[in-house]
Ligand binder design. Structure first.
Ligand SMILES: [Zn+2]
Length: 477
């Protein structure tokens, strides 16, 4: 029986991992076993512990990975998969491969730091605490990557091929269209990965990459994300509110701390800050992009200009590379990062991780959260169970480095910067399909978000939709 099994991002937004098994009988291995995405679980402990479990089929029996994009919740388990014995190719677009080249070793480095911290403080029940994988192991896993361009058909066997199409989510992001033969019949599966905003720059401000996923798809089975299944993006321009928040904070002598994914969200945000400064809407205060990957990430963006939105293209034409902008500093080393702590005049600090689960943002928040002069500004999704979720929900305190840090700084959130389509945008895209898929499985959503989107799609489109369950197997007939 050919089947899809949901190994992650079912009932949660992290750990994306979907296994396709093309075996036509249930005995032995006569078909292909392919993983679409291989992401890390983040957030609540219940989910994170799944990072330590093996895949239901041995890693060495998995033939290939097809990777939709370079966010950790889609690619962050790859080094572990390789550590467990996987030796096949990992197909991704060239920008995704470049981005994974900095994200995965950084993730390994963070795992090593966490393990070292737990061993020092003896705060883990495991002795010694071990990293899920090391920076070296992450580097080794990069050797498995193979480029596949958007639109290029890659045959994995005589019975299965795939093609990437644009998802318009982040640089290099794609959906995977998989064509296979089951019982002599051709079948088409579409794995959306994360879906970007619709083809309209006014409702998706400041997008670095072009907006609008590829339209006119056909599929028999769709496996689709549902992160924003129960929420609408505000449609008003966020820039006046952003300018007012930054200006007020600077006036009272405070700093703005922005937790942001190091990739895409940080680049998008610095372009917006540049625009606000040049147009006189915010004061010219120092901006720090604090991430070990900061400069490399900017360089990768500048290299892959084929994906830019018109706005980004004209900004770069007008202002040049962000690396050369006066007043903008990108801290790559730990020393450069520490220097930011000594800046006590107004500044803007953008650092990762975006959901405050680790990384240098922890130091900035530990230092600046207790002071009411400062502003902590969220510009991205915060999954339940993460520190970002705790801070955003205005809890009185948050645990950082084992200490309770009082939350006295102003907390604000702007939802417009999302790189995920909301329900009206998803419907707009789904209405461009050339056929009605036999079945759609919703993944990558909190339970409420997925079930509300399921109900909406049934009502508005009349499609068969189910919410995928963790480890559930669904037959491909
Ligand atoms: Zn993503």
């Amino acid at each position: 029986m050919a089947y899809i099994q949901f190994l992650g991002a079912a009932g949660t937004v992290t750990g994306s991992k979907h296994l396709i098994n093309t075996s036509e009988n249930s005995f032995g291995k006569d078909g292909l076993q392919i993983l679409v995405d291989c992401g890390l679980f983040q957030g609540q402990k219940e989910w994170r512990e799944r990072n330590w479990r093996d895949t239901p089929v041995p890693a060495k029996e998995i033939d290939a990975v097809i990777l939709t994009h370079a966010h950790l919740d889609h690619c962050g388990w790859i080094p572990r998969l390789v550590k467990e014995g996987f030796r096949g190719p990992i197909y991704a677009t060239p920008p995704t491969i470049d981005l994974c080249g900095i994200i995965l070793p950084d993730s390994g480095h963070l795992q090593e730091e966490d393990a070292a911290y737990y061993n020092k403080t003896k705060k883990s029940k495991h002795t010694p605490a071990l990293p899920l994988y090391t920076s070296q192991e992450a580097l080794r896993s990069l050797q498995c990557f193979k480029p596949a361009n958007v639109g290029e058909t890659v045959a994995l066997s005589s019975a299965l091929s795939f093609r990437f199409v644009n998802a318009a989510h982040i640089l290099g992001s794609c959906m995977a269209e998989i064509s296979l033969t089951v019982g002599g019949q051709p079948r088409r599966l579409l794995f959306t990965g994360d879906i970007g905003r619709v083809r309209d720059d006014r409702v998706a401000p400041g997008k670095v990459v072009h907006s609008g996923p590829t339209e006119g798809e056909t599929a028999d089975i769709v496996v689709m994300e549902s992160t924003y299944g129960n929420r609408l993006h505000p449609k008003e321009d966020p820039l006046p509110e952003l300018a007012a928040l930054i200006t007020a904070t600077a006036k009272r002598g405070g700093s703005v701390v922005v937790p942001a994914f190091a990739i895409e969200r940080t680049q998008k945000f610095i372009f917006i800050l540049k625009h606000l400064m040049e147009s006189g809407q915010i004061p010219r205060i120092p901006v720090f992009g604090d991430s070990p990957m900061a400069i490399k990430a900017v360089e990768i963006f500048l290299k892959h200009d084929e994906e830019y939105s018109d706005d980004t293209r004209s900004m770069i034409k007008r202002y040049g590379s962000p690396i050369d902008w006066p007043g903008f500093t990108f801290a790559s080393t730990a020393e450069e990062s520490k220097k930011i702590n000594a800046v006590l005049t107004p500044s803007i600090i953008i650092s990762s991780s975006g959901m405050v689960t680790g990384g240098r943002i922890l130091h900035h928040l530990a230092q600046r959260l207790p002071d009411p002069k400062n502003l902590v500004l969220f510009i991205g999704f915060q999954a339940p169970g993460t520190r970002g979720f705790t801070i955003k929900s205005k809890a009185p305190e948050v645990k950082i480095f084992g200490e309770l840090v009082p939350i006295r700084a102003q907390i604000a959130a702007l939802e417009q910067f999302s790189d995920h389509a909301d329900p009206p945008e998803l419907l707009q895209w789904l209405r461009t399909f050339r056929n009605r898929p036999e079945m759609t499985y919703l993944v990558h959503g909190e339970p409420d978000a997925s079930s509300q989107l399921r109900d909406l799609m049934k009502k508005e489109l009349g499609w068969n939709v189910d919410v995928a369950k963790y480890l559930e197997k669904v037959e491909v007939r």
